[in-house]
Design a protein around this ligand. Structure first.
Ligand code: SAT
Ligand code: MN
Length: 580
């Protein structure tokens, strides 16, 4: 196979010449091709089969131990003008970045196969979808892209019709952290990635395209590319409301998107549309609609069990690629908090021993097609997407942020989104557990200056009066002993119910300086055994702490200088004034 698109053919030829690949293979996206990749990796030893009785079609990939997470310090946005990338991104001049990457790519695929992977982010028939082509020398990337995107011939046909696509060149290189870069060139819709085989660094359709490049495209074209799950909440009466929620990596987006209601609410239902990325467009009626550009899940494995996420737990029992988990004696995958079985081998392939570290890497992952999820919404493939009633922001905060609060307006909601801060997780290399600013959970993923991004968010208020309500949640409050104050997981349904009631104007709330909070009996917790003082602390705010927070946040906003939109500054002033 090749292509009738000349620009694509020329770029592929150029890459083959530069990398000196032994051969070029165009990926069709067929099941047979997927199986070929699996067989190839099994033969190479980069993949091993797991217990086929308990886990049919499940495989384990052990990555290089130094290549287990996104590398934010090696990720760059390269634009003509540095200010367009903003202080929120690492920046390198375009020519310098290209030179660096060209030097790395030169001859890097000698003796190797170069795969050309056409893909479509979003349903192939959706006007909101966008296509790309990833060139990679990694069969692991081909197999994962097959599970994570609409990959192959149908995407190529669309590319040939549209004549526009995002170009991503990837090589695993030597996996040397000193020779690893993830470069983005939003002005020319291209990505260059070298030296890592890890998900967010190597599956270029995901964070590189669907967030960093897409956020740039979205600003130009008047839509939003966000780090959000999408779920549908169906009431016993059969009424479904759709919610998009942004949390930083490894803060429970997958768990929330697949939530199984607690027993008391067994007649409610959550439908998954997406667990990581949402593309939001305004329709002709001024309603914000969302599609999930992805077709699979690249989820955090540790912590997944029958109780925390039964749907995921069952989903990953077949047709799943595991990366960096441990194994049991009978070769089943094993991870911390699985609550079943016992590890015998750790993620590095060594005999498991508690004192050497966890069996599964804390950022070990499963890759699986969304179709394997029994809660997959039948609207997940709808070209027009689903109407969004509420946007929810959240982070991991031991203290400060209450369980849930609602913005007073869209503009105030943008401020709330911009003020998201969260404890860091194992999803990126670096220290874990330190609070950092992560506006809209997009700190690692916004492909341009945050100040311009907030202005873009604010601009939606001028275009429609039907915008979703905006909320903030925090499932992670702790007491001094480090115990969680809120049970989380299934019980989060109760908070979602309050959110939808608020959207419908059916629930009372307490107005505070930071937004509307639930009244004492606003969220049904009667059967949850939460002490009254604990509940009070979950649904109230500490003015002193918030004054300090708003001062610190103000300094952060100041760091964006003149580019900061006046509307955001105003919102900040208002909250500060209300706190007194
Ligand atoms: O590594 S990924 O970017 O694919 C997952 C995540 O960190 O959210
Ligand atoms: Mn993510």
């Amino acid at each position: 196979m090749t292509t009738k698109n000349e620009a694509l053919a020329a770029w592929v030829a150029e890459a083959a010449e530069l990398t000196q690949a032994k051969q070029t293979v165009w990926c069709s996206g067929s099941d047979a091709e997927f199986q070929n990749m699996i067989d190839l990796m099994l033969a190479e030893g980069t993949l091993s089969e797991l217990n086929s009785q308990t886990h049919p079609n499940c495989y384990l990939h052990r990555s290089d131990p130094q290549d287990v997470a996104r590398v934010e310090h090696l990720t760059f946005i390269c634009t003509e003008d540095q200010a367009d990338a903003g202080d929120n991104n690492n920046w390198m001049p375009i020519e310098q970045a290209k030179q660096k990457m060209t030097d790395l790519y030169r001859g890097c695929m000698q003796g190797r196969t170069m795969y050309v992977i056409p893909y479509c982010m979003g349903p192939v028939e959706s006007p909101f979808s966008r296509c790309g082509v990833e060139i990679s020398d990694s069969p692991y990337v081909v197999a994962n892209m097959k599970l994570m995107t609409r990959m192959g011939s149908a995407a190529l046909r669309r590319i040939e019709e549209e004549d526009t696509f995002v170009r991503g060149l990837h090589s695993t290189g030597e996996l040397d952290p000193e020779r690893r870069f993830i470069m983005h060139f939003p002005e020319e819709l291209s990505i260059m990635s070298y030296g890592s085989g890890y998900g967010g660094n190597a599956l270029l359709g995901k964070k590189c395209h669907a967030l960093r490049i897409a956020s740039w495209q979205a600003r130009r074209e008047g839509w939003l590319a966000e780090h959000m799950l999408i779920l549908g909440l169906e009431s016993p009466a059969g009424e479904t409301h759709y919610i998009a929620a942004a949390f930083p990596s490894a803060c429970g987006k997958t768990n929330l998107a697949m939530l199984i209601p607690p027993e008391k609410y067994a007649d409610w239902k959550i439908w998954t549309l997406g667990d990581d990325i949402a593309w939001l467009h305004m329709d002709e009626q001024g309603q914000l609609r969302a599609i999930n550009p992805e077709a699979g899940y690249f989820g955090v494995v540790p912590g997944t069990n029958r109780k925390t996420n039964r749907n995921a737990f069952d989903m990953i029992k077949q047709n799943t690629i595991f990366t960096n988990v441990g194994t049991t004696e009978d070769n089943q995958p094993w991870w911390e908090d699985k609550k079943e079985g016992a590890p015998s081998t750790d993620w590095k392939g060594r005999p498991y021993s508690e004192d050497v570290g966890p069996a599964a890497h804390p950022n070990s992952r499963f890759t699986v097609s969304a179709k394997e999820n029994r809660a997959y919404s039948n609207l997940a493939e709808a070209p027009e997407g689903v109407p969004i009633s509420a946007i929810v922001f959240g982070g991991r905060r031991r203290e400060l942020a209450p369980l849930v609060y609602q913005a007073k307006s869209w503009e105030h909601g943008v401020l709330i989104g911009a003020s998201v801060a969260s404890e860091t997780t194992a999803a990126a290399t670096g220290e874990v557990g330190v609070v950092r600013r992560d506006p809209m959970a997009m700190k690692p993923f916004c492909g341009y200056n945050f100040a311009d991004y907030w202005a873009h968010w604010l601009s939606f208020a001028e275009r429609t009066d039907k915008l979703p309500q905006i909320f903030h949640v925090n499932w992670f409050r702790q007491n001094d002993e480090g115990e969680f104050l809120w049970p989380g997981f299934s019980e989060n349904l109760r908070v979602l119910q309050w959110i939808i009631q608020r959207c419908k104007g059916e629930a009372d709330a307490t107005e505070t300086a930071i937004g509307y909070l639930p009244v004492e009996d606003g969220v049904d917790i009667a059967d949850l055994n939460i002490a009254p003082d604990v509940w009070q602390s979950l649904i109230s705010i500490n003015d002193d702490q918030w004054r300090q927070e708003m001062n610190e946040f103000g300094d952060y906003l100041d760091s964006f200088g003149d580019r900061l939109p006046a509307g955001l500054r105003e919102q900040h002033e208002q909250v500060k004034a209300a706190l007194g």
